[in-house]
Design a protein around this ligand. Structure first.
Ligand code: FAD
Length: 503
C-alpha cells in the first residue's frame, strides 16, 4: 500500500519535534501536525518561562534578608504590609519572559522544520484508523476553523506526541474564579499580594519560591506531608527549612473545600481548607491562586479508539518497551506516556521511537538512568535509582552521604546547605544519586556519567578536580568509601607505609 508519508507525527512539543527532526534528517518523508504553538509546553508554558522567572526573581527579587513575611493570620481582614518589588519591575519580568521565549522559538519554528524537509500542518489531528489522520486545519490567524477545512493524510507509521494538560479538579465555587495554571501564569498582569498555590510538587516549589522572592506572600497547600516526594526522603526537611526561612507557608495534609469571593473587595477570595485527618478547618484570604496538581493526558480528542490504540486507567497511552502502542505501527513518546514527564525524557523517548521506526532490530527504553532537576535554590537533582527503588529491585548495596559543611568551596562562598547521597550496588558501582546544591543540575551529570558507564565509586577518587570546586565532594565520598571498606590489616599497612615515607 502507498502512503502519503513515511511517518506522521502528531504534536510539535519536545517529543514530536525531536522525533520529526531525527526521522527527516535520516531521509524519511515526515508530516508534523500541531494545533497550537510550535514548541509545546516546554517552550511556551513550561520549562523556559518557569526557569526565566526563577532567574529573574533571583536577579531582581528582594535579598534573602527581606523576603518572607511575619505570618500572623492568613485569614486576617487584610494582607500584611511586606516589601515587594515595584509593580513596573514585575511587568518588565513578564515581558522579559516572553522575549526569552521569542528568542528560543526559531529553534522550534515551522520554518526550521520545513527547511529540514518536514511538512508542517497547523491544525487539530484525529486518527481515523491505524494509518489515516484527519486534520481540522487552523485558519491563518492560528485559530481552529469550523467544519470545511479538513485534510486527510495517510502514513506508514504514526507517532503520538500530544503531551499532557494541567489537572484541574472539581472544587466548590471554582467556576467563578479566574484561577491560574501553567498555561496562563506567565501572562499575569500584577504581582499577587497573597499567592495561594494548591499542590506541593516541583512546579509549586519553583513558582512559590520565585514569587516569594518578588514579594508575594506565598501559601502552599499540600495534600500530603512530604515535599519532593519522588526524591530521597532527606530532601524534604532540607528544602522545607529553606523555603520556610524565606517566608513560604505550608499547610500539609490539607485539602481545599470551597473558594468564595470576599465581599466588597474585587479579586479577593477566601479559600476554605480542611485537615484531612482532624477535620480542622481554616480560611485563607488570597488574591491569586495557582493550581499545580500534576498533569492529565491529552488524548481525549485523538480518536484513539478508531485506530485501536489502548490507554491506561489514567488515559495515558499504553506502550511496550519499544514504545509501540497496541498498534505496532503507532508509537508514542513524551508526556503522553504519563510516567517521566520531562523535556529530556521526551527527547530520549523520541530518539528510541525514531530508531525503532527505521530499524527492524528494536531498541528498548531504559528508565534506570532517569535524571531530573527541580530548579529551586538550592536545586534538587536526581539520577538513577533512589535508595528505596534500588532496594525494591534488589540492586541495593550501600548508601554514601555527605553534606557540604566542610567543603572548602562551599565555606568560601558561605553556601554550605545541601548534601550528596549516592547509591551503590553490591560491587560498589554507582547506580543512583541525589544532589541538593545551588549547582545540583550541573553536578548531577557526574553521577549520570558514572551510572551510564557502570563506574565504581573508586573512579571518582582517581579523578583530578580543580581546587576549590564543589564537585570535590565526589572525591570525598570515594575516599570515605575506601576508608570504610578497608580491612584492619590494610589500614595498618597503609599507616606503616605513610610513617616510613613521611618521617
Ligand atoms: C511549569 C512547568 C515547568 C516545567 N519545567 C521543566 C523543566 O525545567 N525541565 C524539564 O525537563 N521538564 C519540565 N517540564 C515538563 C516539560 O514541559 C514536558 O515534559 C514536555 O514539554 C513534554 O513534551 P511533549 O512533547 O511530550 O508534550 P507537549 O510539550 O505538551 O507537546 C504536545 C503538543 O501536542 C499538541 N497537540 C495535542 N493534541 C493535539 C492534536 N490532537 N493535534 C495536533 N496537536 C496536538 C499540543 O498543542 C502540544 O503543542 C515543565 C512543565 C511545566 C508545566
Amino acid at each position: 500500500m502507498k502512503y502519503d508519508f513515511h511517518t506522521i507525527v502528531i504534536g510539535a512539543g519536545s517529543a514530536g519535534l525531536s522525533a520529526a527532526s531525527i526521522l527527516a534528517n535520516l531521509g524519511a518523508k515526515v508530516a508534523l501536525i500541531e494545533k497550537n504553538k510550535m514548541g509545546g509546553d516546554c517552550l511556551n508554558t513550561g520549562c523556559v518561562p518557569s526557569k526565566s522567572l526563577l532567574h529573574q526573581a533571583e536577579k531582581q527579587g528582594l535579598s534573602s534578608a527581606n523576603v518572607g513575611f511575619a505570618w500572623e493570620e492568613a485569614v486576617g481582614n487584610s494582607f500584611n504590609e511586606i516589601r515587594r518589588i515595584p509593580e513596573k519591575n514585575f511587568s518588565r519580568i513578564i515581558k522579559h519572559i516572553h522575549e526569552t521565549i521569542e528568542e528560543i522559538a526559531p529553534h522550534d519554528s515551522e520554518k526550521r522544520f520545513e527547511d529540514m524537509g518536514v511538512t508542517v500542518l497547523k491544525g487539530s489531528a484525529k486518527l481515523l484508523d491505524e494509518h489515516r489522520v484527519q486534520i481540522s486545519l487552523n485558519d491563518r490567524t492560528g485559530k481552529k476553523q469550523e467544519a470545511n477545512n479538513i485534510q486527510v493524510i495517510s502514513g506508514k507509521n504514526i507517532v503520538l506526541a500530544t503531551g499532557s494538560k494541567p489537572r484541574v479538579p472539581k472544587l466548590d465555587g471554582l467556576e467563578n474564579f479566574p484561577y491560574l495554571t501553567n498555561e496562563n501564569l506567565f501572562s499575569l498582569k500584577k504581582l499577587p499580594r497573597r499567592f495561594i498555590i494548591w499542590g506541593g510538587g516541583p512546579i509549586s516549589m519553583e513558582i512559590g519560591q520565585a514569587f516569594g522572592k518578588l514579594g508575594s506572600e506565598v501559601v502552599i497547600i499540600s495534600r500530603g506531608q512530604r515535599l519532593f516526594k519522588k526524591d530521597e526522603p532527606e530532601v524534604h526537611p532540607a528544602m522545607k527549612e529553606v523555603l520556610e526561612q524565606e517566608g513560604i507557608n505550608f499547610y500539609f495534609g490539607f485539602e481545599p473545600t470551597k473558594i468564595e469571593a470576599r465581599e466588597g473587595q474585587e479579586g479577593h477570595f477566601i479559600f476554605k481548607i480542611k485537615n484531612r485527618k482532624t477535620g480542622e478547618e481554616e480560611r485563607i484570604l488570597g488574591d491569586q491562586f495557582l493550581i499545580a496538581l500534576g498533569r492529565v493526558s491529552a488524548t481525549d480528542e485523538l480518536g484513539l479508539e478508531k485506530a485501536g490504540v489502548e490507554v491506561d486507567e489514567r488515559g495515558y497511552i499504553k506502550a511496550n518497551e519499544h514504545l509501540q502502542t497496541s498498534k505496532k505501527n503507532i508509537y508514542a513518546c513524551g508526556d503522553v506516556l504519563g510516567d517521566y514527564q520531562f523535556t529530556h525524557m521526551a527527547g530520549y523517548e523520541a530518539e528510541i521511537v525514531a530508531r525503532n521506526i527505521l530499524n527492524p532490530i528494536k531498541t528498548k527504553a531504559d528508565y534506570s538512568k532517569i535524571v531530573w532537576t527541580t530548579y529551586t535554590k538550592p536545586q534538587v537533582a536526581h539520577s538513577g535509582y533512589t535508595e528505596a527503588s534500588a532496594k525494591e529491585e534488589g540492586k541495593f548495596g550501600k548508601v554514601l552521604m555527605k553534606t557540604f559543611e566542610d567543603m572548602d568551596r562551599n565555606i568560601i562562598e558561605g553556601d554550605t546547605k545541601g548534601f550528596v547521597k549516592l547509591i551503590l550496588d553490591s560491587k560498589d558501582r554507582v547506580i543512583g544519586g541525589t544532589v541538593v546544591a545551588n549547582e545540583a543540575g550541573e553536578m548531577i551529570g557526574m553521577v549520570s556519567l558514572a551510572i551510564s558507564k557502570n563506574m565504581k565509586i573508586s573512579a571518582f577518587q582517581g579523578l583530578i578536580y580543580s581546587y576549590p570546586t564543589k564537585s570535590e565532594v565526589f572525591k570525598s565520598l570515594a575516599v570515605k568509601n575506601l576508608q570504610g571498606s578497608a580491612q584492619p590489616w590494610q589500614r595498618n599497612l597503609l599507616k606503616k607505609w605513610l610513617s616510613r615515607n613521611i618521617n
